[in-house]
Write a protein that binds this ligand. Sequence first.
Ligand SMILES: NC(=O)c1ccc[n+]([C@@H]2O[C@H](COP(=O)([O-])OP(=O)(O)OC[C@H]3O[C@@H](n4cnc5c(N)ncnc54)[C@H](OP(=O)(O)O)[C@@H]3O)[C@@H](O)[C@H]2O)c1
Length: 267
Amino acid sequence: MRIEPGTRAIVTGASRGIGRALSVDLARRGARLGLMARGKEALDELAAELPPSPDGAHENAVADVSKWGQTSRAIDRLAKRLDGIDLLVANAGVLHYSPFAEQDVEEAEAMIQVNVLGTMYTVKAALPHMLERGRGHIVVLSSAAGLRSFPWGAVYGGTKAFDRGFAEALRHELAGTGISVTIVYPGEFGTTILAHQRDRLPAWRSNDEERPVTELVDAIVEGVEQDERAVYAPPIVRVLGLSGIAPGVTDRLLVRIRGRSAAPRLD
Ligand SMILES: NC(=O)c1ccc[n+]([C@@H]2O[C@H](COP(=O)([O-])OP(=O)(O)OC[C@H]3O[C@@H](n4cnc5c(N)ncnc54)[C@H](OP(=O)(O)O)[C@@H]3O)[C@@H](O)[C@H]2O)c1
């Protein structure tokens, strides 16, 4: 599909980071946005700042995607106001790095609730609106960690592997319906996702490696327009897919790139 005037796009986690940058880019291309997040003020500010759409005002809906009732009501309302959904971006997510033995159970639960249930609820709520019209595109934000999970990211990586498995099946299952699915595997981009723990990161994860989020936005837009199965950003992330068939090779490669803490066991 082309992203252009007439495109109606819903983005979760639109108030900051990747969701915000993507929403700005989609609006510049003429799309009309349905913005979702928990913080109303940030959504109102963003809706007012976006380039106007020729098809009507941008809309927003406050919802915690980890709650089915809030998510389905918000998406139904946005679909009605926008008069349909052409593009759905299931982007909202949270990340808490910690050695699992020390991980706070509430933080672990939050990752599962937002990254797993939130993604599933978002797609579940939007799909009937898209099936009804027989067209559309769904983008699911997984992560490089959904391809190869990293130390201190046992739960986060698990949630992102869910996103990958969920979206992989969906892309096939929706064949012939007019709806397609693209899975996005970002590496490390400069957003607010680690703002709460910049001073306590895993040794393999350096703040210096972060790339500008606009690079990821360009890759996502191209992935949607070219109907790509997967977007790997930066492209080297694709190598982590090797982990499923050659985990030892992947580990040794990671040690060379990121040091021993990325793969402490080489057996
Ligand atoms: N940044 C990276 O390097 C990177 C790498 C790989 C994958 N990803 C994935 O990309 C996605 C976006 O990450 P980001 O880096 O842009 O994060 P971010 O800067 O922290 O932004 C997260 C967005 O999600 C919203 N959000 C958080 N919890 C929510 C909830 N329960 N319900 C609704 N909205 C919620 C936040 O708004 P409110 O707090 O107002 O709700 C915010 O708009 C995530 O799925 C993440 O796992 C990011």
